[in-house]
Design a protein around this ligand. Structure first.
Ligand code: 0HH
Length: 206
């Protein structure tokens, strides 16, 4: 069975947990903590000294959250139908990562002073997603969900926790968020105690 090694937080693993559950892929979650356990037993085994780490059932081990998501996309036919669709997904995921990276830096390094300016700049960052999602009327590529939809959904979810109502000014983004949220497999993940009891980030800020 595939395993996912990470800390018990949503962090950089929640998008892949959601994808795996929604796509009916059975996997085992392994807690990399507490800190001493991580440093002694896990960190040295990780290619870049960090997790999440996904090990497939044939022993293939990957780290780097975006590479893991893309691998799952390739493996489970969630990567579009041609190179142009795949490249649109790459573009959208890079844009998701731009916001997530800024969010992570703010949360872990500058929460008190950085939260309000971050929230102020959000509309400018969300507008391109509104423009791009408006014509698709579904998921990023239209009717069929892709690996990037799970990552974008998770990003919108944590932004909405940071700034409740921040999606309201963007009807296409909000409809996208609600469409993914309503998927039975996504609900299945969110009804678990594992999800419900899990902090968003490792330092308790959200
Ligand atoms: N570019 C990488 C990716 O996208 C970044 C991964 C990363 O930052 O996958 N991993 C962090 C954990 S994410 C890591 O491995 C933040 C969650 C914090 C939860 C902390 C719980 C504390 C329990 C010990 N960090 C560990 C390290 O760098 O040694």
């Amino acid at each position: 069975m595939p395993t996912l090694v990470y800390f018990p937080v949503r962090g950089r693993a929640e998008a892949m947990r959601t994808l795996l559950t929604d796509q009916n892929i059975t996997y085992e979650e392994v807690n990399a903590g507490p800190r001493e356990n991580w440093v002694e037993n896990w960190k040295p085994k990780m290619q870049f000294g960090q997790c999440p780490c996904y090990t497939d059932d044939d022993g293939f081990q990957l780290v780097q959250s975006n590479a893991i998501l893309a691998y799952l996309g390739r493996k489970y036919d969630l990567y579009g139908s041609d190179i142009k669709q795949a490249s649109i997904l790459d573009m959208m995921n890079s844009a998701v990562e731009d916001i997530r990276g800024a969010y992570v830096r703010m949360i872990y390094q500058n929460y008190e002073a950085g939260k309000e300016p971050f929230i102020k700049e959000l509309p400018e960052k969300l507008q391109p997603f509104e423009n791009l999602l408006k014509p698709t009327k579904g998921y990023i590529l239209g009717e069929k969900i892709s690996w990037v939809d799970y990552n974008l959904f998770d990003l919108l979810d944590i932004l909405n926790i940071l700034s409740p109502g921040c999606l309201d000014a963007f009807p296409a983004v909000k409809a996208f968020y609600e469409r993914v949220l309503a998927r039975p497999g996504v609900q299945k993940r969110r009804q678990t105690d594992h999800f419900k009891n899990m902090p968003v980030n490792g330092n308790g800020k959200q």
